[in-house]
Design a binder for this molecule. Sequence first.
Ligand code: NAG
Ligand code: NAG
Ligand code: NAG
Ligand code: NAG
Ligand code: NAG
Ligand code: ZN
Length: 490
Amino acid sequence: MFLKMNNLLFSLHLLLLASSLSSSLAKGGAFQSLLPSDFNDRINVSRARRLLDEVESRARVDLAQGYMTNSDLERVIKEFGQRCSNISRIYSIGKSVNGVPLWAIEISDKPGEEEPEPAFKYIGNVHGDEPVGRELLIYLANWLCHNYLKDPLATLIVENVHLHLLPSMNPDGFSLRKRGNANNIDLNRDFPDQFFFANNDEDSRQPETKAIMNWLRDIQFTASATLHGGALVANYPWDGTIDKRTYYYGCPDDDAFRFMASIYSHSHYNMSSSKEFIDGITNGAAWYPLYGGMQDWNYIHAGCFELTLEISDNKWPNAAELPILWKYNKMSMLNLVASLVKTGVHGRIYSSGDGRPLPGFITVSGINYTVRAGGTFADYHRLLAARDRYEVVATMPGYKSKNTSIWLDEGAMTLDFVLDPEVSIKGSVLQNVYDCNCDSKSKLEFVQFLWGSHFEVFFIFIVILGFLCLLFQRRKKVKQSTGAKRTVVV
Ligand SMILES: *[C@@H]1O[C@H](CO)[C@@H](O)[C@H](O)[C@H]1NC(C)=O
Ligand SMILES: *[C@@H]1O[C@H](CO)[C@@H](O)[C@H](O)[C@H]1NC(C)=O
Ligand SMILES: *[C@@H]1O[C@H](CO)[C@@H](O)[C@H](O)[C@H]1NC(C)=O
Ligand SMILES: *[C@@H]1O[C@H](CO)[C@@H](O)[C@H](O)[C@H]1NC(C)=O
Ligand SMILES: *[C@@H]1O[C@H](CO)[C@@H](O)[C@H](O)[C@H]1NC(C)=O
Ligand SMILES: [Zn+2]
């Protein structure tokens, strides 16, 4: 009797332990430190281990109830693709270790087509034992499908953003009910890292990680977020520090990231009232440094501003709580995507010569980061926090760079650039004349006439033309900054 009672108490103790473990391993906490210091002294460890496994697996079987299995998820995604076919496209970005396709949904009024619009991605279930995100992304897709042309926010997103959803990056980990993939690798430690060079070995990279890296080569994402569980906070770069110590280590776009993270936490039911994290947001390295994470890699190598969102304290809550978790996160998820349209500086870069789009680069004075314009439309989308003054610079090899000072409030601004071809030393005179956006045909005849007459006369004309060009460009620059459109923040 006594023995039985003792066993029961012991199991209870383990259950408590198991639940505290599962809620504190969010970004990757240390397992050992959570065990009571006298744990080893009091019990037979190997028996305890076995019991712990039994208790955990029993708990997990129960927990999985009400969650989609991997085949459920595949079926649901394909059904969605049919039900919502005119604003979505279903595709796979690769396969897991065990050969499960990594299904993605693109939501847009022109899915699969290139447009001068920003793209956003949400990735769920990076850690196999954090399944809330994979469920919420299906809620999100369905909500957008139901509300397109009914709700202004849904319509804005569908018509102005290409939204890509990858509900599960780690289906194998999910079916095994564990954090890592089938090879037991933590996928959020498997990316190339700016400080931890051991991760640079291409051959040892997991198929799920490779799939994400190839995806980002295909599609230029402006921003993204991955959904995790085990805490309630919006985490932003950097995640790692150079010396592996824990302190605030901001990236060049710290202001923009804090702004983005705040959009999520402030739109959430109660993330911003966190007692642990001021305003419900945190710099990754200030929380705890990690290496090989997906977030920092996105910002450094893919031009994509990525957040790591911890969306529920409980990693694997009872499925009955999913509708309420959707309710808590819904506006955050929508507003974060919509912020790509409602905030920041957007525009296109053109050549003054023939008006063709130039896939150039956008930098902002004082921020050591370059945003690439799209290859086809030369559209750029530069996320920035509101500020009195930014100097935005557009560059393109072979063209003279141009800069404009802007004042940015919380609304978005449209700012196009028209770049003039670089003047080569030979024939510079002629090219300069062409750069002027006057009537080019008559100009050509005029120049030809001049070549035939006295050179002094020609020179005087060039000086006058040069002066006119200067005036014209000044006017154009003023037009650029005042002609900006600001969208209303809802
Ligand atoms: C611990 O338990 C295992 C399995 O029940 C048993 O084989 C082993 O002898 C025990 N060790 C000690 C030190 O009691
Ligand atoms: C999608 O279909 C609905 C209903 O037929 C239609 O109203 C809507 O215009 C379509 N949207 C697009 C982007 O084609
Ligand atoms: C948010 O609300 C949930 C549900 O009421 C609660 O469990 C959680 O502790 C709250 N978190 C914060 C940070 O207030
Ligand atoms: C800007 O960032 C790059 C890495 O992207 C770095 O190599 C360079 O030293 C930085 N420049 C300054 C002035 O901080
Ligand atoms: C911006 O343009 C002005 C003159 O047009 C130039 O003096 C300045 O260096 C430029 N700034 C940058 C960052 O290119
Ligand atoms: Zn996680």
